[in-house]
Design a binder for this molecule. Structure first.
Ligand SMILES: [Zn+2]
Ligand SMILES: [Zn+2]
Length: 272
C-alpha cells in the first residue's frame, strides 16, 4: 500500500518512535503518502491528557518534510478524542496550524468511562455489555452530528479489546439501529470513516469497523473512506491495509480518501 492515513510517533504518549524513524520505515515499505495523527486528549483521566506539544510536533513535521522531500508526502494530522465534547478546547488548536487531516475518536464513552477498560462493559450493570455498546453508538451519533473532524477513527473502537462472556458474541449488526443515524450524519456533513487495521494486530478477525459498516456507509451515500494502520511501531506501517483496501472495494468504493488542508482528495485504488 502506498498510503497510510493513521500513524503515531513519540508525540503521542503511547508511542516511543521518532517521526524520522517512522518516515524511513514508511519509505522502505513503499509508502508515498503518510498522515501522522497524534493523540489529542482532553479528558483528565486519559494517559495522554494534554501531552501533545503542538509547536514541537510542527517543527519536527516540517523538518521531516524537508528531509524526505520528493520521497514521501507527509500530512499533518491529529487524532482528537471526543471533539464534540471538548469543542471549545479544540477550536483554537485547529485554527492555529494548517492541519491536513483531523481524525475524530471516541475513546471515552462519557467523562468517566474509558471504552477500553473493564468498566465500559459493566457501565449499565453486570452482563449489560450490549447497553454499553448501544450507548457508545448513540454517543457516536452526537459526535458525527457536531464534532469538528474529517474522518471518524476506528468506528467500533470498544470492540478492539472487548471479550464477550462465555456463550455470547459481539455482532455489530445488532446495533444497526444506533449506527445508521451516525453514518447518516457523516454523509450529510461530508465526513468519512476509516478502516483501521489496528484491531487485526490485537487478534480480532476484522478491522475496525467490520466490513458491513463500510457497506452500510457506502449504500447510504458515503464517499469518504480512509485507510489507516494505527501503527505505533515502524514495523506496523501499512499492516493489514491490503485487506482493508479489498474490503473497501467490495463495499462499492471506487476511491480512497486522502486529505490536504482538510479537503478530501480522492485517489484510485491503484494509486493508494
Ligand atoms: Zn484512537
Ligand atoms: Zn490512533
Amino acid at each position: 500500500m502506498r498510503v497510510d492515513y493513521h500513524v503515531h510517533t513519540h508525540f503521542s504518549c503511547d508511542c516511543t518512535y521518532s517521526m524520522e524513524d517512522m518516515c524511513r520505515a514508511a519509505i522502505a515499505a513503499g509508502v508515498s503518502q503518510i498522515a501522522f495523527c497524534e493523540h489529542e486528549e482532553h479528558n483528565p483521566g486519559d494517559e495522554c491528557y494534554h501531552t501533545l506539544n503542538h509547536d514541537a510536533y510542527w517543527r519536527e513535521l516540517r523538518r521531516c518534510r524537508d528531509l524526505f522531500a520528493g520521497q514521501l508526502t507527509i500530512r499533518a494530522g491529529i487524532e482528537i478524542s471526543e471533539p464534540h465534547r471538548y469543542a471549545a478546547h479544540i477550536e483554537p488548536t485547529l485554527a492555529a496550524y494548517p492541519w491536513d487531516y483531523v481524525l475524530g475518536s471516541l475513546h471515552w464513552l462519557d467523562e468517566q468511562t474509558n471504552t477500553l477498560r473493564p468498566e465500559f462493559s459493566t457501565r449499565f450493570g453486570p452482563g449489560r455489555w450490549r447497553d454499553s455498546f448501544r450507548a457508545y453508538f448513540r454517543e457516536m451519533q452526537r459526535m458525527a452530528g457536531s464534532g469538528d473532524f474529517d474522518v471518524v477513527a476506528h468506528f467500533d473502537y470498544p470492540a478492539r479489546y472487548f471479550k464477550a462472556p462465555p456463550g455470547e458474541t459481539y455482532d455489530i449488526t445488532e446495533f444497526e439501529a444506533e449506527i445508521r443515524p451516525a453514518l447518516q450524519a457523516l454523509v450529510a456533513r461530508g465526513k468519512g470513516i476509516e478502516i483501521n487495521t489496528g484491531s487485526l494486530r490485537k487478534g480480532r478477525p476484522d478491522p475496525c469497523p467490520p466490513p458491513i459498516v463500510a457497506r452500510w456507509f457506502r449504500d447510504m451515500g458515503g464517499q469518504i473512506l480512509a485507510l489507516g494502520s494505527d501503527a505505533h511501531r515502524p514495523q506496523d506501517i501499512t499492516a493489514g491495509l491490503a485487506q482493508a483496501s479489498e474490503i473497501a472495494r467490495a463495499a462499492g468504493f471506487t476511491h480512497i480518501a486522502t486529505f490536504e488542508r482538510r479537503r478530501p482528495v480522492l485517489v484510485s485504488f491503484t494509486q493508494a
